[in-house]
Design a protein around this ligand. Structure first.
Ligand code: 3H9
Length: 696
């Protein structure tokens, strides 16, 4: 093992190099190494020092794996004071990303230069924390209170040019970190630049009204989170205090937050969203090449998939039924790309080039003969899908990957339509496909490992979060959704209102309440599903059918301006429709149900129990490999609050016995719906948690 920190003498210049792959996190060995290197420089003949990192990035932060364990000395904060206190100047070179504790180390240096393309940020709030090594105290002193608070409450990464404008770095340069560092060190020597400590600066005056506006904005954007406002509080308090008093306040805030369940949940989410992409069985499996992607179907989903591929540099051929539909699909894609231009994500020239050179829209399947991977996104009818796959089998080149974007149909049946079931898998995108991060990669019975690996490679190319799922009705996400959505309808039948449900679940942290989601997706979907399931429905199944009444009245949700809520100019986000309560009351009367009041706690308890129970079944059956795969699916595809870590993490947090007790209690009145998952029962019996199944 190489030393994580080296000290090299380059004539009058000392160079300290952090070398701790993969991202130079400041684990205890790096911290100790940096103290020793700073001491070596102080004791040396060198007159100026460069602090830089080896590898792909500057320091990406504290070592998150150490969080939650007993902190070992030297602490990062102490180390940074040690560097700042040096009596000889030290310049830091930032390349890649300087994040969290990494940026704080840079702020402890007397000068900073950034390589072109470098970025800095204080993303601690993404982990339920605040900067804990001086970030909330030094950054306001360097660039002012408002821009500093904006940076650490948004967790955004600030590019090198903006850093220069804000005064975070002295220069943006090209070359290697060593060349850039040596050049700036020579400038320090030539111009006799002094030691310059940010801790000795004062915060420039700012308008309290600007701070109040920022605080309101931050609070509104981060409902339920506890860390963001705490970060502002310690920064503001620190500005009026001697520097080290401010540091004490920051440290207190950092440690208070370290003890919170939100911190544990968000760190679980951080590692889980990386773990989903590394399946042990795919280690060393080489994915097939991806350059030309076929998309069948140019509706909202197919168009979104095409845009996602185009924006990631892939060539796309989109097939529609006829020339007119192909043109309509092209127009739709052009519209989505125009939005990207409007939002500054794409230049008009690049948009024009994509449409002219990278996209073909046609009704001729033969155009797919050299496609590397084809994604079918047509109507959710098995016969239509089978027809598409029969055609693809006849036309696509050997080795092409054939994927279905179905949300619930059996991929094994679809694969059986081809002579190459080993090349078939499910790629379940979420709408809008060019925005939503989640991609369920569905492994069918005969999917070859390199085909599965190609699904993951596509996700990486599209910058999506891939989760491997097995074949079942709804895969991971929609299958679990069906369970907790049914529990919702039960509660409404028993007396809760859809509006109360939405309010309570949004207060819990969901991005959108379940009935608002239904309005967005379209009330016709639930209606058609009920129709489809009616002939085979078990008589013991309880379900709400007020949606049929809404459907008959043409109230299909947002798209018709009216569903559970009314959407108009007066309330574009929707206001409750009082008539809905009458419709539901009639259904209760028809079914002989006497309504009763529900508390917020009861709603959350039952909703979550239904979600966790079905999730346990999904893991128990191997549809999801690990509980963390469920967590990531719900976090990225279903608006589950990140600060609660996902349903399985939440279940561990509240206790599996409690979840099982809720299920057992509910089973007394409905033992058809409330059947405890065997895995949940087993874990409770063994005194274990879902987290125990995430290892390995
Ligand atoms: C902090 O600094 C607190 C301080 O204020 C105060 C302290 C007292 N630690 O993401 P990737 C691993 S809080 C440990 O796939 P990329 C990661 O798990 C910290 N491990 O690469 C993965 O491991 P594996 C504030 C870390 O190129 C591997 O490195 N900093 C850490 O797509 C590669 O990661 C942050 O929140 C870490 N800090 O993106 C930054 N970071 O290969 C968090 C990464 O085994 N990191 N790993 O799965 C990032 O945002 C991205 O990793 C980064 C690179 C942009 C740096």
């Amino acid at each position: 093992m190489t030393d994580p920190v080296r000290y090299e003498a380059h004539g009058e210049i000392g160079v300290i190099i952090v070398d701790n792959p993969p991202v130079n996190a400041t684990g205890v060995a790096v911290r100790a190494g940096l103290v020793a290197a700073a001491d070596a420089f102080a004791a040396s003949d060198q007159k100026v020092a460069v602090l830089m990192a080896a590898g792909r990035t500057f320091i990406a932060g504290a070592d998150i794996k150490e969080f939650g364990k007993t902190p070992l000395e030297p602490h990062l904060s102490t180390l940074i004071h040690h560097i700042e206190a040096l009596e000889k100047p030290i310049v830091c070179v930032i390349h890649g990303t300087a994040l969290g504790g990494g940026f704080e180390v840079a702020l402890g240096c007397h000068y900073r230069v950034a390589l072109k393309g470098a970025r800095v940020g204080l993303p601690e709030v993404n982990l339920g924390l605040i900067p804990g090594a001086g970030g909330t105290q030094r950054l306001p002193r360097l660039i002012g209170m408002i821009p500093a608070c904006e940076i650490f409450t948004s967790a955004r990464q600030v590019g090198a040019d903006e850093c220069l404008k804000l005064g975070i770095v002295e220069a943006v340069v090209e070359g290697t970190p060593l060349e850039a560092g040596l050049a700036f060190a020579r400038k320090i020597l030539a111009e006799d630049l002094p030691v310059r400590r940010i801790s000795a600066m004062t915060v420039a005056p700012y308008d309290p009204a600007d701070l109040a506006a920022l605080r309101t904005n931050v609070a509104a954007r981060n409902t339920g989170h506890v860390c963001h406002l705490r970060a502002i509080d310690v920064a503001v308090a620190g500005a009026d205090l001697p520097f080290f008093e401010g540091i004490k306040q920051e440290r207190q805030g950092f440690w208070d937050l370290m003890q919170t369940p939100q911190r544990a949940a968000m760190i679980h989410a951080f590692f889980s969203e990386r773990a989903v992409a590394s399946l042990p069985e795919l280690k060393g499996v080489v994915p097939r090449a991806l350059g030309h992607i076929g998309v069948i179907g140019g509706g909202t989903m197919g168009g979104g998939i095409a845009v996602s591929c185009l924006l990631s540099g892939l060539r796309v051929t989109l097939i529609e039924r006829n020339a007119e539909a192909a043109q309509k699909a092209r127009d739709g894609i052009a519209g989505m790309l125009a939005d990207s231009v409007k939002r500054g994500k794409l230049t008009p020239e690049k948009r024009d080039a994509l449409l002219a050179d990278a996209l073909v829209t046609t009704d001729d399947y033969a155009a797919l003969s050299d496609a590397d991977l084809v994604i079918e996104a047509v109507f959710e009818l098995m016969d239509v899908k089978k027809d598409v796959f029969t055609k693809l089998d006849a036309i696509c080149k050997p080795g092409a990957v054939l994927a279905s974007n179905t949300s619930y149909l059996d991929i094994d049946q679809i694969a059986a339509m081809t002579k190459r079931p080993q090349d078939v898998l499910g790629l379940h995108f979420f709408s809008p496909a060019h925005v939503m991060k989640l991609l369920e990669i569905v492994e069918a019975a005969k999917t070859a490992p390199e085909v599965l690996a190609t699904g993951f490679a596509l996700a990486k190319a599209l910058k999506k979060i891939p989760v491997r799922a097995g074949v079942c009705d709804g895969f991971i996400g929609n299958r679990i959704l069906k369970a907790y959505r049914t529990a919702c309808d039960h509660m409404v039948l028993e007396g809760a209102s859809p509006f109360q449900m939405d309010e309570v679940l949004e207060a819990f942290g969901f991005a959108m309440g379940p009935f608002k989601v239904t309005d967005l997706a379209g009330i016709d979907i639930g209606y058609l599903t009920r129709q489809r399931l009616a002939p085979t429905r078990d008589p013991r199944e309880r379900f709400g059918d007020w949606g049929d009444v809404l459907y008959a009245k043409g109230r299909l949700g947002r798209k018709t301006g009216h569903g559970h809520y009314i959407y108009d100019a007066q309330s574009p986000k929707g206001r409750p429709d009082p008539e809905l309560l009458e419709i539901i009351a009639e259904e209760r009367a028809r079914k002989g149900i006497t309504p009763r009041a529900f508390s917020a706690e009861e709603i959350v308890e039952r909703y979550m129990a239904a979600m966790i129970n079905e999730a346990a079944r999904v893991v128990g059956e191997g549809i999801a490999r690990r509980p963390l795969d469920v967590d990531v699916t719900k976090l990225y595809g279903y608006g589950f609050p990140r600060f609660r870590g996902g349903p399985m993490h939440y279940a561990d947090h509240i206790g599996l016995e409690r979840v099982l007790a809720t299920i057992t209690e509910q089973a007394k009145t409905d033992d058809f719906f409330w059947q405890p998952a065997p895995l949940l029962q087993q874990l409770v019996a063994e005194g274990r948690k879902f987290a125990d199944l995430n290892q390995g």
